[in-house]
Ligand binder design. Structure first.
Ligand SMILES: Cc1cc2nc3c(=O)[nH]c(=O)nc-3n(C[C@H](O)[C@H](O)[C@H](O)COP(=O)(O)OP(=O)(O)OC[C@H]3O[C@@H](n4cnc5c(N)ncnc54)[C@H](O)[C@@H]3O)c2cc1C
Length: 292
């Protein structure tokens, strides 16, 4: 890339994001696709997908292998990092991940849905003790007590090991089924089978209420496959919990498009892939108009 700015940044590597990135590349645009976990860990759990045309009786894992291989063969830049924030900056967008910043001219959001309801207090204390990224915010909790609520094994263990080096006590609440967590520090206490209920405090987080006990903590880290989208891009207009889009998949923010489960029901693969296509074509039209 001549100027280090991607034409299109696609956030999310599920059916919607892969479809958008594929067509973006076929239309000869520079495309970055951000996906921090596997390609759609959610869909990979489906034993059988029987309503995606042309692929009868395929497993969710098999479908994601085919979709990702097809997309990557067209060489978008795959960035295996989580996008934490997007900021509009003078005609382009800056994307912030735990590792670095990137720039793009247009954005396609395809982050899926937050599969679990938000905890009581989560919204109120975001940035005041609630965080979605240990790498970014861990330093604020040096020698303090924190809880980690994790829905993803690999990311959860990685972040817990990091916080175990910094914090006084780390309570690790795995919310997934899987092997016993591999954690390095004795400061990390694993609370398996414990369900978080609410985040409490006064101005700042002071505790996490669970179905068993109340943990006195200064910070709560919540690691889901997808974060609430309005936290990634402030000012994005929602309709209930999902992104409000027009028929061309544009949002209320010029240059920002959205596709897939994050725009609402039906939560289905064919709808996600179709919206990914519409979103990227609209994004390309927007790019061409802005270049004139
Ligand atoms: C068990 C199960 C079975 C299902 N079976 C079917 C079926 O048979 N037929 C059907 O049509 N649908 C099925 N679905 C629904 C289907 O999985 C979804 O509709 C589809 O995956 C939506 O695609 P998407 O691209 O919008 O989002 P997702 O598939 O959720 O992909 C979003 C991607 O974005 C990534 N991501 C999120 N936030 C960020 C970020 N900030 N930075 C970087 N990456 C990010 C995630 O890790 C993920 O890879 C099933 C769902 C489940 C859970």
């Amino acid at each position: 890339m001549a100027d280090n700015i991607f034409d299109i940044a696609v956030i999310g590597g599920g059916p919607a994001g892969l479809s958008a990135a594929l067509t973006g590349r076929i239309r000869n645009k520079t495309v970055a696709i951000f996906n921090h976990l596997e390609f759609s860990p959610k869909l990979q759990k489906a034993h059988i997908v029987d309503n995606y045309p042309g692929m009868p009786e395929i497993t969710g894992k098999g479908l994601m292998q085919q979709m990702s291989a097809h997309c990557l063969a067209h060489e978008p830049t795959l960035i295996k990092e989580k996008v934490l924030n997007i900021f509009p900056t003078e005609g382009t967008f800056t994307l912030l991940t735990p590792a670095q910043t990137y720039e793009a001219r247009v954005i396609v959001i395809a982050t899926g849905v937050v599969a679990t309801a938000l905890f009581e207090g989560e919204r109120d204390y975001l940035g005041r003790g609630v965080s979605y990224c240990a790498t970014c915010d861990g330093m604020f909790y040096r020698d303090k007590d924190v809880a980690i609520i994790s829905y993803t094994q690999e990311e959860g263990e990685h972040e817990a090991n990091f916080l175990g080096e910094l914090c006084r006590n780390v309570y690790y609440l795995p919310q997934y089924k899987g092997e016993a967590p591999k954690l390095r520090s004795e400061k990390i206490k694993v609370l398996s089978g414990v369900r978080p209920k609410a985040i409490k405090g006064e101005g700042q987080v002071a505790g996490l209420v669970t179905d068993k006990e109340e943990l006195k903590v200064d910070g709560v880290f919540i690691l889901r496959q997808s974060d609430p989208v309005e936290n990634i891009l402030p000012g994005l207009e929602l309709e209930g919990e999902t992104i409000k889009v027009k028929r061309d998949m544009s949002t209320n923010i010029p240059g920002v498009f959205a596709a897939g489960d994050c725009t609402g029901k039906p939560w289905q693969i064919a709808k996600a892939a179709g919206e990914g296509l519409v979103a990227v074509l609209s994004a390309i039209t927007y790019l061409e108009k802005s270049a004139k």
